[in-house]
Ligand binder design. Sequence first.
Ligand code: ATP
Length: 234
Amino acid sequence: MLRIENMDACYGLFQALFRVNLEAARGETLALIGSNGAGKSTLLRAIAGAIRVGRSTITLDGKAIGGDPEHSQIANGIALVPEGRRLFADLTVEENLLVAAGAAKKIGRTGEWTPERLFKELPALDPLRSRPATALSGGQQQLVAIARSLVMNPQILMCDEVSLGLSPVAVDVVYQLLRKVKQAGTAVIMVEQNVSRALAESDHYCCLQKGRVVLKGVSAQADYGRVAHAYFGA
Ligand code: ATP
């Protein structure tokens, strides 16, 4: 269980998150919902160790890990698929996964998600193994980015802007994969701008507004009107 307690986060003097509280459990998906600038990416980056936060604000299975740098959070089992994906442009699809597999081995995060298993699970990627990672469609790149994070066998997989810029078919394929990841017992935390889709694909949701949690609950029981109100801040 990942627990965030009273988390503040700042960019210099600008405070972007205020006393955020939330939880993400293994085998469940948590959707972060909120308008532009609400703090969703900041929250993911803070959990991933890219922004310094107080030690006690993040616990994983009771162990305080807040403030650990990015490489330590990866070793702790936290992986972030950032907005924009940041694939290694000079490497092929397969090399992107193999580099991650090498890193996973070094830090002791080998497990069921190997490059070979991922090529099997994602038949659309198999014929693209030798392509440069950036010579792919947006949806294909998103799959490679998620696959590369999965090779680190994370306990918590975080995806920023899951469906941004993807075709409806590509979005379906990405969500199919995320469902499998969740069923395999990983906690998935995702940012999804499409509120209906976010609620449909998640077990829990959390609405952020100006850096504060303003609403959270069980997605299947969400009142769409209240969520829209929280989203738009009307
Ligand atoms: P979007 O949906 O547009 O990606 P978001 O909910 O992910 O928005 P964040 O990117 O987390 O929002 O931004 C939260 C706040 O922090 C915004 O006011 C933003 O301008 C500010 N912010 C984000 N990144 C930085 C940065 N590197 N330096 C300073 N302020 C930043």
